[in-house]
Design a protein around this ligand. Structure first.
Ligand SMILES: C[S@@+](CC[C@H](N)C(=O)[O-])C[C@H]1O[C@@H](n2cnc3c(N)ncnc32)[C@H](O)[C@@H]1O
Length: 255
């Protein structure tokens, strides 16, 4: 199997400006771009208070941090030490710009989620949202998350829900099976040289890999597609997107 990481890095370097423009699409001229934290009380699924009662003073790392919205938002909630790791230099450039714009303290490092450039037992919370579906060695990435967390630390993992990934949204039907071969290429834009390489995993695969890496899974959220809020009757979203979860998000504890 060829290593998908060089191609994914190229793709994200090509896509980064347009992707971050989508993030910032509703920002008023000169306004502050959004920086939601996955640890905010109003984050998708919420923050289970029995697992994390406060963000103030924690040490936080985000794997596949992209444009830095999660780390910057978490720093704004009062986290002490904040680090974001990403494969793409262009995504990290956007992350550092957002950090400077919002005037918070966060460090952004180039690196692979399955080989983190970080010390053991260094963080209270690790999070990864919409990134680890691109990592070929999922078990390795989970072991790395466990390694950098202190005992009792929390791992928040969100990936596209595998049922959502079965859809051809435009055609309004399923185009692959839940148990189909796990490696897939996605053309983001015909003008880009690179394609996105992703890996489909079932919910059971994700759950069991977390357990094997030394986590106790405490909460599981199946979240609607991020655009599916409000009233389906008044939405321009394809019907199918209202009927399936868009993301699966785990909250697990380092045992
Ligand atoms: C869809 S973005 C998500 C970014 C951010 N978490 C968010 O929710 O907006 C996915 C990010 O994962 C990064 N990524 C892909 N493969 C990676 C890997 N093996 N290690 C670290 N980051 C990776 C990409 O460069 C990209 O910035």
């Amino acid at each position: 199997m060829t290593d998908p990481r060089p191609e994914n890095r190229r793709l994200w370097n090509e896509w980064s400006d347009d992707f971050q423009a989508l993030w910032n699409a509703d920002t008023d001229e000169g306004g502050s771009p959004p920086a939601p934290s996955p640890l905010a009380a109003d984050a998708p699924g919420g923050r289970p208070s029995e697992l994390l009662d406060a963000v103030e003073g924690i040490d936080y790392v985000e794997l596949g941090c992209g444009g830095g919205q999660g780390p910057v938002g978490t720093a704004e909630l009062g986290a002490d030490r904040v680090v974001g790791v990403d494969l793409s230099g262009e995504q990290l450039r956007h992350a550092r710009r957002l950090r400077d714009h919002r005037g918070v303290d966060a460090r952004f490092l180039a690196g692979d989620a399955a080989a983190l450039p970080l010390a053991n037992d260094a963080f209270d919370v690790a999070a990864s949202v919409a990134a680890l579906q691109m990592v070929p060695d999922l078990e390795g990435a989970f072991r790395e998350a466990r390694r950098v967390l202190r005992e009792g630390g929390v791992f928040v993992l969100g990936v596209p829900h595998p049922i959502h990934e079965m859809l051809d949204v435009e055609a309004g039907r399923f185009e692959r099976g839940y148990f189909d071969e796990d490696r897939r290429r996605i053309t983001i834009d015909e003008s880009y040289d690179a394609e996105l390489v992703v890996f489909d995993r079932t919910v059971a695969d994700l759950h069991n890999a977390l357990v094997d890496a030394g986590f106790e899974v405490r909460r599981l959220f199946e979240l609607r597609h991020h655009r599916a809020d409000g009233d389906p009757g008044e939405s321009d979203l394809p019907d199918l997107l209202w009927k399936v979860p868009g993301e699966v998000r785990f909250w697990a504890v380092a045992a």
